[in-house]
Write a protein that binds this ligand. Structure first.
Ligand SMILES: Nc1nc2c(c(=O)[nH]1)N[C@H]1C(S)=C(S)[C@@H](COP(=O)(O)O)O[C@H]1N2
Ligand SMILES: [Mo]
Length: 576
C-alpha cells in the first residue's frame, strides 16, 4: 500500500481549527446564503500580483520638476490644492501601478513588534510620487527618533503614529513634549521659521499673509496661553478592535490604546483676532478651512491635509494658532513652526504645519472632514455606508481610562487596589467626578477630589485612588467620568461600537485577578511561595507542591462529617 504522509489526504488546512473558532477571521470565506452552496474551506491570504506601467509613468514627466518643493525653506511641502493638473499627474502615476494590500491586523493577531505596523504602502506611495516626497519617510522617522521619548510605542512607522506606554501616559498632569502622542497622515515637513508665512483667503474682507513675527507682535495680537488636551478620536480603538473589526486600514486606523491623548500648555494667538485683522468674514463665510503642508493619500489621489471648523468655534476664542508647546517652540513633529489647536474638538482639526486658512461657506469637502472621522450607527459599515450616515466628529464626549493596573494583571493588595488614570471631556466641559467600580459597574466609589489634578476648562484631569476590594479572583474594575454637565459614559464598548472605530468613550473596563493579602489564608499562602522561592505568576502555572496536609484533610472530615450523605454507612444496619 502507498504510504501517505499524515494529514496530506485531508482537505483541512493546518490552522483550520483556529479558523473555525474565529481566530483567523480574515481567512473565513464569506458565507453567501443567497447564492449557491459555498465550498466552506478557508480562503488563502490576500495575494498580490505587482503591476507597473513604466511607460505610462514616464510619460507623466520628471517628478523632480513636477513635484518639487513649493517654497524655498519649506522642505517636504508639495502644494496640491492650487494645482489640479499636478494632482491629475500624481493620480496617473499612482493608478498606473499597484501596491501591496494593507496588512490585516484586526481579525488576526496584532503584530508584536515596535513599530507595530510599518506603513509599507505609504512609503511606496510617497516614493512613487518622488520629487520632494521621495525621502520623506526616512526623514520623518529620523525626526521621531530625535524628538520622541525612546519608550514610545510606535503603532505605525510611517506616517508616524505613536503613543506613550501606559505607565507614562499620566505620570504627569501636563504631558512632556517627547511623550505627547503623535498622529500623522503623511510625512513631516521641515519649515524654516524665517521663511514661514500664513496665507488667509476666501471669504475674508482683506486676504493677506502673516509672518510668524507678525503673529507674535503683541501690539497687534494679544498672547493666548492655555492648557489644552488634544485627543485623537482613535483613542482606545484597540477595545473596539478586540470586540469587532471595523474599517480596515486604508486610513491607517492604528490600534491606539489609551495614550492617544496629551495635554500641553500652548502659547499663540486666538484665530478670531487674526480674522479680525483680515477685516472679518464676508458674504456667506461661516467656516474656516485649515491647510497643512503634508501630503495626504487617498484612493490614488494626493492632496494636502485639510479640515475645517465653524466660525462660531473661532468666535468663542477656542481656536488658537500656536507656536509654543510647554515653553518650547513647537517640535517639528507637532507642527513647527505653527499649528492650530482647537479646544475641546477631535484632534484631527488641530492642523499642524499650517500654511493657509480659507474662509468658506460650508464645512470642508476634504476627506478628513467629510469622508473620514465619521461616527456611524452600529448597522452602518462596508456593505452600506454613505458619508451622510456618519456624524462628522467635532466636540469630543466625556471619557476616561485606567492606566494602572493593566487588564489581565494579577494584583496583590491589602484590601485596596491602587488605581491611576485620566478623565477628559470635550467641548469646554471638564471632569467633575471620576468613579471606580470593583464589581463590573454595580457599585461605584468616587475618586476623592484631592486625588485629582486641577480643573481646567479644556484639559483632562489625572487621578488616582485606593479602590476598596475585599473579593479575590477575577474582578472587573470599571472607570467612568461625569463631566460638569453631568454627561457620563456608555457602560459597554458595544453600545457605541462603530465602523470607523472612532471615539471609544465607553466606561473603561479591565479584568484583574485580585489577591487580597489582608485575608489570613492568602497571606500565609503567598508566604509559602516566598519561602520556597517560587514566583506566584504566571497565574495559570500549576503549583508544584501539595497544598494541604493529609492531617488537615482528615481532621476536617472528622469534624464536619464525610463527603457523602450516607452518614450511617458503618452502623449496625450493615451488620443486620
Ligand atoms: N497637517 C496635519 N495636521 C494634523 C494631522 C496630520 O496628519 N497632518 N493629524 C491630525 C490628527 S488626526 C490629530 S489626532 C492631531 C494629533 O496631534 P499631535 O500629533 O500633535 O499629537 O493632529 C492633527 N493635525
Ligand atoms: Mo486623530
Amino acid at each position: 500500500m502507498e504510504k501517505k504522509e499524515i494529514g496530506t489526504h485531508l482537505k483541512n488546512k493546518p490552522d483550520e481549527w483556529k479558523i473555525e473558532q474565529g481566530m483567523h477571521g480574515a481567512r473565513l470565506p464569506v458565507l453567501d446564503q443567497t447564492g449557491p452552496d459555498p465550498e466552506g474551506t478557508a480562503i488563502p491570504p490576500q495575494s498580490y500580483v505587482p503591476f507597473k506601467d513604466e511607460a505610462a509613468i514616464r510619460s507623466v514627466g520628471d517628478p523632480n520638476k513636477l513635484f518639487a518643493e513649493e517654497r524655498e525653506g519649506w522642505a517636504g511641502y508639495v502644494e496640491w490644492e492650487e494645482y489640479p493638473e499636478k494632482k491629475a499627474k500624481a493620480h496617473k502615476i499612482l493608478s498606473s501601478q499597484n501596491f501591496p494590500p494593507p496588512p490585516e491586523f484586526q481579525l488576526g493577531p496584532i503584530p508584536g513588534t515596535n513599530p507595530v505596523l510599518e506603513g509599507v504602502r505609504w512609503k511606496m506611495w510617497h516614493r512613487a510620487i518622488g520629487g520632494a516626497l521621495n525621502t520623506i519617510a526616512d526623514i520623518s522617522w529620523e525626526t521621531v527618533l530625535k524628538e520622541k521619548h525612546p519608550e514610545m510605542l510606535h503603532l505605525l512607522q510611517f506616517p508616524y503614529n505613536g503613543e506613550p506606554p501606559k505607565r507614562l501616559v499620566t505620570a504627569k498632569p501636563v504631558t512632556p513634549n517627547p511623550l505627547h502622542f503623535v498622529r500623522n497622515h503623511g510625512g513631516i515637513p521641515s519649515i524654516d521659521k524665517s521663511k514661514y508665512r500664513l496665507d488667509f483667503d476666501g471669504l475674508v474682507a482683506k486676504p493677506q499673509s502673516f509672518t510668524l513675527d507678525d503673529l507674535m507682535d503683541e501690539s497687534r495680537f494679544p498672547r493666548m496661553n492655555k492648557l489644552v488636551s488634544v485627543q485623537c478620536s482613535g483613542t482606545r480603538r484597540v477595545e473596539q478592535i478586540a470586540l469587532y473589526a471595523g474599517e480596515g486600514d486604508e486610513m491607517i486606523n492604528a490600534p491606539w490604546a489609551e495614550g492617544a491623548i496629551g495635554t500641553a500648555r500652548w502659547v499663540g494667538v486666538s484665530l478670531k483676532k487674526v480674522i479680525k485683522a483680515c477685516g472679518g468674514l464676508v458674504g456667506e463665510g461661516k467656516h474656516l478651512e485649515f491647510y497643512g503642508a503634508d501630503t495626504y493619500f487617498k484612493k490614488n489621489s494626493v492632496m494636502n491635509y485639510v479640515v475645517s471648523v465653524p466660525w462660531s468655534k473661532v468666535k468663542a476664542n477656542e481656536v488658537m494658532l500656536a507656536w509654543e508647546m510647554n515653553g518650547e517652540p513647537l517640535p517639528k513633529i507637532h507642527g513647527y513652526p505653527l499649528r492650530v489647536v482647537v479646544f475641546g474638538y477631535i484632534g484631527a482639526r488641530s492642523v499642524k504645519w499650517l500654511y493657509r486658512i480659507k474662509a468658506i461657506e460650508n464645512p470642508s469637502l476634504a476627506p478628513v472632514q467629510s469622508q473620514e472621522y465619521l461616527y456611524f450607527n452600529t448597522q452602518i459599515g462596508k456593505h452600506n455606508q454613505r458619508m451622510t450616515d456618519g456624524i462628522q466628529i467635532q466636540e469630543m464626549p466625556v471619557s476616561s481610562a485606567i492606566m494602572s493596573p493593566w487588564t489581565k494583571q494579577v494584583v496583590i493588595h491589602n484590601g485596596k487596589i491602587h488605581c491611576k488614570g485620566w478623565a477628559y471631556s470635550g467641548g469646554g466641559r471638564w471632569p467633575e467626578r471620576v468613579e471606580l467600580s470593583a464589581d463590573g459597574g454595580f457599585s461605584w466609589y468616587t475618586v476623592p477630589t484631592e486625588n485629582m489634578s486641577e480643573k481646567h476648562r479644556y484639559a483632562w484631569r489625572t487621578w488616582e485612588m485606593d479602590l476598596p476590594c475585599d473579593v479575590e479572583g477575577w474582578i472587573e474594575i470599571v472607570c467612568r467620568c461625569w463631566d460638569n454637565s453631568l454627561n457620563t459614559q456608555p457602560l459597554q464598548v458595544r453600545a457605541a461600537w462603530n465602523w470607523g472605530l472612532h471615539v471609544t468613550s465607553s466606561a473603561h473596563r479591565i479584568s484583574i485577578y485580585s489577591v487580597n493579602k489582608s485575608h489570613e489564608i492568602t497571606r500565609k499562602r503567598l508566604q509559602e511561595f516566598d519561602d520556597r522561592g517560587v514566583p506566584f505568576g504566571p497565574l495559570t502555572v500549576p503549583t508544584e507542591w501539595q497544598i494541604q496536609s493529609w492531617d488537615d484533610y482528615h481532621g476536617y472530615f472528622k469534624r464536619n462529617g464525610p463527603r457523602d450523605a450516607e452518614t450511617e454507612y458503618n452502623s449496625r444496619d450493615m451488620e443486620d
